[in-house]
Design a binder for this molecule. Structure first.
Ligand SMILES: Cc1cc2nc3c(=O)[nH]c(=O)nc-3n(C[C@H](O)[C@H](O)[C@H](O)COP(=O)(O)O)c2cc1C
Length: 200
């Protein structure tokens, strides 16, 4: 029996904000019938690069395998904003996807990005763009977050038309505002809808 199609929510999170966003994106995906969701994280990169990560994380989502990425029907990818870019552990994972690029496994599948940052204008949109770039190379179809979602207009915290974001402040506030939650869910829902449409 063929396993049901799924959308992969893939992220790195050190302090929990991006991980919390992933749950709300998954909630949006779950609102669409006919497609499942898998939530996966990537391991830390070690300061001493010869030390391997344990096979299982101490907590949170399981680590993503390349097969899980290859077989997804859509991808939501999330990272904290680090100096206007994705964090190294996520980039390290993406840099292991050459075989998927060579075989075109991600071609024509929809993808979107999400991020958390500690300051209001701390490079969130650039960070989302940094995740978009390699996925464009993979031939994925990038989705933004349209202004039809009215929370984008009145949010006092996170939310960008390039993808969902969360304002965590310097206190690592992991609780999302209602607007941030709504935008994460809307993004997940739209991704799932597009995954089904593009699969036909
Ligand atoms: C190396 C590093 C660079 C960072 N750069 C930025 C930045 O440029 N702008 C910003 O607003 N926050 C920056 N931050 C803060 C993180 O983006 C923020 O704490 C984020 O919410 C962490 O997400 P997490 O809770 O999922 O780990 C940086 C943090 C670290 C460790």
């Amino acid at each position: 029996m063929t396993p049901p199609p799924y959308v992969l929510v893939l992220f790195y999170s050190r302090h929990g904000s991006v991980s919390e966003m992933a749950k709300h994106i998954a909630r949006g995906i779950n609102k669409i019938n006919g497609i499942d969701v898998k939530i996966r994280q990537v391991p830390e990169v070690s300061e001493t690069t010869k030390v391997a990560a344990p096979a299982l994380p101490d907590d949170g989502a399981p680590y993503c395998t390349l097969e899980e990425l290859a077989d997804c029907s859509g991808l939501a990818i999330g990272s904290p904003s680090y100096f206007g870019s994705m964090a190294a552990p996520l980039k390290h994972f993406i840099d292991q996807t050459s075989t998927l690029w060579l075989t075109g496994r991600l071609m024509n599948k929809p993808a979107c990005g999400f991020t958390s940052a500690s300051t209001m204008h701390g490079g969130q949109e650039q960070c989302i763009y940094s995740m978009m770039t390699p996925l464009i190379h993979h031939g994925m179809v990038w989705l933004g977050l349209p202004y039809k979602n009215k929370e984008l207009i009145h949010t006092q915290a996170g939310g960008t038309p390039y993808g969902a974001s969360h304002l965590a402040n310097s206190t690592h506030e992991t609780d999302l505002t209602d607007d941030e939650k709504a935008l994460c869910e809307a993004q997940g829902k739209r991704l799932a809808e597009m995954a089904i449409k593009l699969k036909k």
